[in-house]
Design a protein around this ligand. Structure first.
Ligand code: NAD
Ligand code: UFG
Length: 337
């Protein structure tokens, strides 16, 4: 059985659908600090079956002990974590506790139960401000904020664990910028409060919940001066996890894999694509650069293709159409409309 920590969250809920469709038995473990039970119920509707869900915290050893005793878990896909960069600067201890201590506790309990196979949600943020693009997995690593440092620390902890005991099987997946939603429009990204990330902010502006999008800087050295990122459809990302799970038990080393499309789009290109997909105007204004932002970030996606036989198939148009379907059908996210 596969344990999916954080399986009620954005990327987790989409991945759960594909895991069930691929025939995997799973159990979800989530503390609902950034998730809604409605999302889980909709996933169950989409797949047409009940999915075991345990409410608990990865920092709580007793919760995890009970989980590993009640379920026969042989692999873990570990999504659970906090992810807001700005909040991590203001509350570093909360981030190190939740992300790093939580992962340590998870690994301890896994080890005690003889479960040594893990796929970890890392991030392109571990590349810091890369000297060139596209970014390959062997680029130098650095972090500019506590969130990023928590990801780097966890990567290193998992590498150390493997060195100490090569029967561990570890895949570190470095996601670029996940966007989009399931094709049903029933589940999607539902940030609490004002969205930090570009795509949810664009979508909420298009639907009329926000007046105007701030474009953070138009003087970067990019195609039109605005920041360039590698946006990847969450269903492509989810497929990458299924592929990674398929090889997890055959790898003889810690595998580190970029999950991106290999293409970068600017903020203005994203606005235009979203307007085309939705038929709505997205009012915007140019604002100062956001602290900590880099000009350009996109993946070299070749390694994922080589080792997983995976590459993203959904382009920017589908990303925008699917985001719009979710946003327009659920203007208030999972809250009652
Ligand atoms: P999300 O917040 O939607 O999902 C995370 C889930 O983990 C939530 O359901 C939350 O309730 C749960 N959780 C958090 N702390 C927990 C704890 N201590 N115990 C149990 N459950 C806990 O975020 P997401 O976008 O789905 O991201 C999933 C993972 O991918 C995270 O680790 C994130 O850092 C990483 N990641 C996300 C992005 C992105 O832009 N979305 C990019 C790179 C990496
Ligand atoms: N942007 C705006 N206006 C906004 C929000 C974003 O102009 O309101 C711009 C940013 O300046 C950047 C681009 O849109 O150029 C993308 O910004 P996001 O906040 O959507 O994404 P980031 O690339 O900054 O960060 C994301 C995740 C991080 C993760 C990183 C790398 O939020 O957690 O990708 O994976 F670390």
């Amino acid at each position: 059985m596969i344990l999916v920590t954080g399986g009620a969250g954005y990327i987790g809920s989409h991945t759960v659908i594909l895991l069930i469709e691929a025939g995997y038995d799973i159990v979800i473990f989530d503390n609902f600090s950034n998730a809604s039970l409605t999302a889980h119920q909709r996933v169950e509707q989409i797949v047409g079956e009940t999915i075991p869900l345990v409410k608990g915290d990865i920092r709580n050893k007793e919760d995890l002990e009970k989980l590993f005793t009640d379920y026969d878990i042989n692999s873990v896909i570990h999504f659970a974590g906090l992810k807001a960069v700005g909040e991590s600067v203001e509350q570093p201890l909360k981030y190190y506790d939740n992300n790093v201590v939580g992962t340590l506790t998870l690994c301890e309990v896994m080890q005690a139960h003889g479960c040594k196979s893990i796929i970890f949600s890392s991030s392109a943020t571990v590349y810091g401000d890369p000297e060139t693009t596209p970014i390959t997995e062997d680029f130098p690593l650095s972090a500019t904020n506590p969130y990023g440092r928590s990801k780097l620390m966890i990567e290193e902890i998992l590498r150390d664990l493997y060195v100490s005991d090569p029967t561990w099987q570890v895949i570190l997946l470095r996601y670029f910028n996940p966007v989009g939603a399931h094709i049903s429009g029933d589940i999607g990204e539902d940030p609490s409060g004002i969205p930090n990330n570009l795509m949810p902010f664009i979508a909420q502006t298009a639907v009329g919940k926000r007046e105007s999008l701030s474009v953070f800087g138009d003087d970067y050295d990019t195609i039109d001066g605005t920041g360039v990122r590698d946006y990847i459809h969450v269903m492509d990302l989810a497929e990458g996890h299924v592929k990674a799970l398929n090889i997890l038990h055959t790898i003889g080393k810690v595998m580190t894999i970029n999950l991106g499309t290999g293409k970068g789009y600017s903020v203005l290109e994203m606005i235009k694509a979203f307007e085309d997909a939705s038929g709505k105007k997205v009012p915007y204004h140019i604002a100062p650069r956001r602290a900590g932002d880099i000009a350009t970030c996109y993946a070299d996606a070749q390694y994922a293709k080589n080792v997983l036989g995976w590459s993203a198939t959904r382009g920017i148009e589908v990303m925008c159409i699917d985001t719009w379907r979710w946003q327009s059908q659920n203007p208030n996210g999972y809250k009652e409309n």
